[in-house]
Design a protein around this ligand. Structure first.
Ligand code: NAP
Length: 478
């Protein structure tokens, strides 16, 4: 029986790479039917701010499998990315981005045997997209990372490694600086790694990971990382094997999968019949394996390899003079269906099992108390003047102004250094020893008093969970 999938051709070069991919899948004999839907630029232009119409959501809800071309994102302000909207609305929490050295595609790394996968968390982190202007000239973006999200991506990474017989999993994080958010991924990784004794595991700081990927990429097998890190690292890893034209991806969630190239709409190549369609073709191969069409998947993968080995290459690999057009490249792959490359055997792929994480979070404190509050204040005053003013404002309440910082660095009481302050300050206010808990009533009184003299724009409770502080110190805070 044929399987129905949702196809979104996408923007820019999307329709060209999608036509190539669908022609090859059709020629492979895979039992697939598609329903074509739209999202992205054409939909934004119709005035729909999400860029994803209901008819597309309905189709995905029905098919649960999507092959998607790149979608253009308006840059700077206004509408959200339709890509991110799709990933988040369907909670495709894991983004799998494999790269493998390809025959015929010569790079400075040729012969090193690069064969690695970035497993990128796909719905949390800075991509939660919770951004505000704290003041007219100071912007913030919340980095939201949950224990559940970490557990899901770490388990997916290990299960994926097992399903492909991979032996080594790294966790790449910036936990040395962002101890609570990135640190949560590291701690979760280290806990769960013990459940996979058959797989070697190691943590690496993400900047060193980037450095090591350029220096000695063959040491990596699977890299689990947060959303933003994964976005950047996976563009880097695609460059190691020939560029974005060769980098496929799968966005996976419970009972939902969206397959797409890592690259975007590459607008400067639109309509030129010169773009490399391999990344989407390989995404289609990943989709076929997801659907259990292993024979068709292997046949297409091998046909692409044989084509590359024969020297039929697109502009991105050989330059304009020797380039094969997108459509001729596609026809060459179709002609090579059924041939195999002895140098590049397909892996023995198995379905990935996505473990359900339904238990309540491990971190459920028996005791919690509010010990203070961070109030973010817009002010043109000097730190000294603002500090003195706030101390006056808080007089008579059972609280103390511990410090004021500017972009996370203590400026009051003066640490003896000079900072080029901006007009968004954070006032860290603690309850006094005599109080066991800072009540909401006192917090409201603090805000009301501060609000009479200054503009406050944001407030954050400072909590204690079973003796563990729920916040990090400011730079320079003792
Ligand atoms: P891009 O479209 O990925 O293109 C960047 C560069 O990568 C191209 O100029 C080209 O490099 C190379 N490239 C990309 N795809 C290629 C292919 N198939 N074959 C050969 N080379 C390829 O990135 P962008 O220009 O930053 O983004 C354009 C738009 O796409 C933006 O609106 C962005 O938001 C969106 N985007 C969407 C997705 C998605 O749908 N998942 C992902 C990323 C970006 P050379 O210039 O060196 O030839």
């Amino acid at each position: 029986m044929s399987k129905l999938i949702t196809v979104i051709p996408g923007d820019g070069v999307g329709p060209e790479v999608m036509d190539a991919t669908l022609a090859i899948i059709q020629a492979s004999g895979a039992k697939i039917e598609w329903e074509t839907c739209h999202a992205g630029a054409s939909i934004f232009k119709q005035g729909l701010p999400t860029g994803v119409p209901q008819s597309t959501l309905d189709s995905i809800n029905k098919t649960r499998v999507v092959l998607k071309g790149p979608l253009e994102t308006p840059i700077g302000y206004g509408e959200k990315s339709a890509n991110v909207t799709l990933r988040k609305l369907f909670e495709t929490y894991g983004n799998i981005r494999p790269v493998r050295e390809l025959p015929g595609v010569t790079t400075p790394y040729t012969g090193r045997g690069i064969d690695l996968v970035v497993v990128r968390e796909n719905v949390e982190d800075l991509y939660a997209g919770i951004e505000h202007l704290q003041t007219p000239s100071v912007a913030q973006c919340l980095k939201v990372i949950s224990e559940k999200g970490c557990e899901k991506i770490v388990r997916l990474g290990f299960e994926f490694a097992r399903s492909q017989g991979r032996k080594r999993v790294h966790c790449a994080s910036k936990s040395n600086i962002m101890k609570m958010t990135e640190g949560l991924l590291k701690r979760t990784f280290e806990t769960i790694a013990s459940e996979y004794p058959d797989i070697e595991s190691a943590h690496i700081i993400v900047d060193n990971c980037a450095h090591q990927l350029v220096k000695k990429p063959e040491q990596f097998d699977v890299i689990i990382t947060t959303n933003m890190n994964g976005d950047i690292l996976s563009d880097l890893t695609s460059a190691l094997i020939g560029g974005l034209g060769f980098a496929p991806s799968a966005n996976l969630g419970q009972n939902i999968a969206i397959f797409e190239a890592v690259h975007g709409s590459a607008p400067k190549y639109t309509g030129q019949n010169s773009i490399n369609p391999t990344a989407l073709i390989f995404s289609g191969v990943m989709m076929l394996r997801h659907l259990g069409e292993f024979a068709a998947a292997n046949a297409i993968e091998q046909a692409v390899i044989v084509t590359l080995e024969s020297g039929v290459l697109t502009r991105d690999v050989v330059g304009d003079a020797k380039a094969t057009s997108t459509t001729d490249f596609t026809q060459a792959i179709i002609r090579n269906l059924g041939k195999t490359s002895p140098q590049y055997p397909s892996r023995d792929y198995k379905a990935i099992s996505l473990s359900k994480v339904t238990t309540k979070p491990a971190s459920t404190p028996a005791k919690r108390s509010v010990i203070g509050v961070d109030v973010f204040v817009e002010s043109e005053l000097s730190p000294e003047a603002l500090g003195k003013a706030l101390e006056g404002t808080l007089q008579g309440l059972d609280v103390v102004l511990k410090l004021i910082d500017n972009r996370g660095t203590k400026v009051y009481p003066s640490p003896g250094t000079q900072l080029d302050c901006v007009n968004a300050f954070r006032a860290r206010i603690f309850k006094t020893e005599s109080e066991s808990n800072l009540s909401d009533a006192v917090i409201l009184e603090i805000l009301t008093r501060i609000g009479r003299e200054h503009r406050w724009c944001h407030v954050e409770k400072l909590q204690d969970f079973d003796g563990k502080l729920s916040f990090t110190k400011a730079q320079g805070e003792d």
